[in-house]
Design a protein around this ligand. Structure first.
Ligand SMILES: [Zn+2]
Length: 208
């Protein structure tokens, strides 16, 4: 399972590796797998580095600069927690991750754990409850009916306004009979006809 340095993963022109190194590929024994990847479509090149393995070699050379602590450092509490947590992730526990947890719990090597647990499944995830989206069903006929009704009301209002303007222009309506209310208007009923008005309506003096 080790990436043999001698093997040299250097790819020859046009050659593509069998599979892509990922953080959880379990292809090395490093506790924290770290892969660096640089890829660029314009250059047509990908540069992928197993940083964890390179660092592991460096750690051997400079052990005085490395702290390897058998506990989790909780940034919230500032305390070390030696007991590994139980898996509470949303997805299933990644196998590579699980092996490392077991190795830590059992004090075994990764090789032993892989052999012993290869046929078993890692802890299942606990999916978060999904947000229930309220579905609003719309009856198209109802909507069309409602809009038609509104259009008819609007048309009626417009006709009424045109009639009022016409009456004003013809001097058949006094302005004070028009009352503005709630974004619209209404016309107060006419007062009793002036008794001496001529029946043919030609006497316009009554409004003066
Ligand atoms: Zn590694």
């Amino acid at each position: 399972m080790h990436v043999e340095p001698a093997l040299g993963q250097r790819m020859q022109g046009g050659e593509v590796p069998e599979f892509r190194w990922t953080l959880e590929d379990d292809e090395c024994d490093c506790v924290f797998q770290r892969i660096g990847e640089w890829t660029n479509p314009y250059l047509g090149r990908t540069h992928r580095v197993r940083l964890c393995c390179i660092w592991a070699e460096l750690y051997k050379e400079f052990p005085q600069y490395v702290q390897d602590i058998p506990a989790f450092y909780n940034h919230n509490t500032g305390e070390y927690e030696p007991e590994p947590w139980e898996w509470n992730g949303e997805a299933d526990m990644p196998r590579a991750f699980w092996y490392r947890q077991l190795a830590s719990l059992m004090g075994s090597s990764l090789e032993e754990v892989r052999e012993k647990y290869k046929d078993q499944q890692p802890p299942k995830g606990t999916p978060r409850p999904k947000l229930v989206q309220q579905e609003v069903r719309v009856n198209l006929h109802e909507v069309v009916g409602l809009l038609t009704e509104r259009a008819m009301i609007a048309e009626e209002e417009l006709n009424k306004a045109i009639a009022v303007i016409a009456a004003l222009k013809r001097d058949e309506l006094q302005l004070d009979r028009i009352v503005l209310a709630e974004g619209g208007f209404s016309v107060l009923p006419a007062e009793e006809e002036v008794s001496d008005a001529k029946p043919d309506g030609s006497d316009n003096d009554r409004y003066k």
